[in-house]
Write a protein of this length. Structure first.
Length: 534
């Protein structure tokens, strides 16, 4: 069976038209699947009248129902959705819009000033569509509600399982890369209506998927507590929608556990998508402060991906909500389903121990398969339904998507060993990539921003362990200067989350004779300066 997500969404609307599809906050707007289908049809009709199949549509917005509408409408019109990190600055945004060849940008009015500054540098963009958020927007933009065609009937269009969506992720030179997923590959990687970790088999036909949706088997009201513009939020949301569920979004633009729990209570949310301890710790603190404040009895599942989720935090959450299944998913933008760890109130877990997923193996850098229990380290690889590669980057595609043992594999660079029982023990990225709160931060980009300051002769950027963020960005600078001024300088050049939490000054930077940075020595210096022992 080959799948197209837009066809699945239409199947759901036909099967359960009166079931909730989207909702916002405890008492904000909500749509049934019948209403959601009509609005996304109307937007798809407009898009199809202005753009061609295969054109790219970038979504530059916080979590809100219109984000989900735009994503689905793009798929219905056979446009390629492109996620946009709303924390990016002007040059980063310009690069992403230009690199993706986006012809239409749907953006929130809060970003109107930034959009106006880069508009003239983007001749490929034919249309700017603006979401109302109560702030002043741009006169040149088309209001989102005006973009909904008066005709809300479905497009007479033949879609393909190979219709695409792009997921932009950080690049090794600091520039984001567009991971190209076909809709068929993505839905299959997400389980194709089933869930291997929970023992649910994939659907084998549209009829079987329709029956599952109609029976309300496995469907859920999901809240992506993390941003929809990240893979964890977007992929879990699309999977829930394709299964006949609903997407509930928070009105807060950053994590607010009290608002989150109030929304869960009011909407009967059954599943949360979070990003490890960066979300779980503040949620736990709110529960600890007032354990009986919220009725969270509807919650059954919490899914996490992207950053460390420590066992003590999991167990403490289960102390408040013993009915939960906690699913720690190990994956990346380039591959879904490397491994999972399921935690319940009766289980014990070890940090970094994942049950390896189907179609997964571990290979050495030379391409030799790692035997379980051998103690040999290698890179975890996923075969089967994987992306086509990186958009307009053949070199990086060839490095990440390799053919071994006669099969094509996605090997993003996660370094691990395989225990005798077949579980993975993770050791982090084989590169120097920093994972802070689920955000990928590549040192070279931050180093270059630092070196634009006249007080900086040279710079090294590393990640150090951090309870909240998984890793925190630290910089070692050759020279002398004002730490706060340098941090402010980086924030002027890059998204604020990329700025170092601390900057340490040295007389000479840690470089090898060949001129390459010694990141191991730099990290050791940062940890020593912070009083962190190995």
């Amino acid at each position: 069976m080959e799948w197209n997500l837009a066809d699945l969404f239409e199947l759901t609307a036909d099967t359960v038209p009166d079931r909730m599809a989207v909702a916002h906050g405890p008492a904000g707007p909500s749509l049934t699947w019948r209403e959601f289908d009509a609005r996304t049809n109307a937007l798809a009709r407009h898009l199809a009248g202005v753009h061609e199949p295969g054109d790219k549509l970038a979504i530059y917005s916080y979590n809100r129902p219109e984000y989900t509408e735009t994503l689905v409408a793009a798929l219905k019109a056979r446009l390629v959705p492109v996620n946009v990190n709303y924390r990016y600055r002007e040059d980063e945004l310009h690069y992403l819009f230009d690199n993706s060849d986006s012809t239409v940008i749907v953006y929130e009015a809060a970003f109107a000033d930034t959009v106006a500054k880069i508009r003239d540098r983007l001749p490929k963009v034919r249309e700017w569509v603006e979401l109302d958020d109560g702030t002043e927007g741009n006169a040149f933009a088309l209001a989102y509600e005006d973009a909904l065609d008066a005709d809300s009937g479905r497009l007479d269009i033949a879609r393909s399982p190979r219709d695409m969506l792009f997921l932009y992720t950080g690049g090794t030179t600091g520039m984001p890369k567009g991971v190209m997923w076909t809709q068929d590959a993505l839905f299959k990687a997400l389980g194709a209506g089933g869930n291997a970790a929970l023992g649910q088999e994939p659907s084998k036909s549209l009829e079987e998927q329709r029956d599952r949706i109609a029976a309300d088997a496995g469907t859920m009201r999901l809240m992506p507590a993390c941003p929809l513009m990240h893979g964890t939020g977007q992929f879990t949301a699309m999977n829930a929608l394709a299964g006949g569920g609903a997407i509930v979004t928070c009105e807060s633009q950053s994590l607010d556990p009290e608002h989150l729990f109030a929304t869960v209570e009011a909407r009967g949310v059954q599943a949360l998508a979070i990003v490890g301890d960066a979300f779980a710790r503040p949620m736990l603190a709110t529960l600890d402060a007032d354990p009986g404040r919220f009725d969270l009895s509807s919650l059954a599942l919490v899914i996490s991906s992207g950053v460390m989720w420590s066992p003590p935090i999991k167990q403490a959450l289960l102390g408040h909500l013993p009915q939960l299944i906690l699913m720690d998913s190990f994956g990346s933008s380039e591959a879904v389903g490397f491994g999972t760890e399921i935690t319940t109130k009766d289980s014990q877990v070890k940090l970094g121990k994942f049950k390896i997923g189907p179609n997964c193996k571990v290979f050495t850098p030379e391409g030799e398969e790692v035997a379980p229990g051998s103690g040999v380290a290698g890179f975890v690889a996923r075969s089967g339904p994987i992306p086509e590669g990186y958009y307009k980057d053949e070199k990086k595609s060839a490095e990440t998507f390799r053919t071994l043992q006669g099969r094509r594999w996605s090997i993003p660079g996660d370094w691990c060993t395989v225990r005798e029982d077949g579980t993975l023990e993770l050791h982090g990225r084989g590169s120097v990539c920093i994972n802070s709160g689920g955000e990928k931060i590549y040192p070279e980009e931050v180093e270059e921003a630092l070196k634009l300051h006249p007080d900086v002769a040279d710079a090294a950027v590393v990640g150090v362990p951090d309870e909240k963020w998984g890793e925190a960005v630290m910089a070692i600078v050759e020279g002398a200067g004002d730490e706060q001024a340098l941090r402010g300088h980086v924030k002027e050049k890059l998204a604020a989350y990329k700025a170092p939490k601390r900057i340490f000054f040295v007389d000479r930077l840690m470089r090898a004779p060949n001129g390459k940075l010694d990141y191991k020595a730099a990290k050791a210096h940062a940890k020593s300066s912070l009083g962190i022992s190995d």
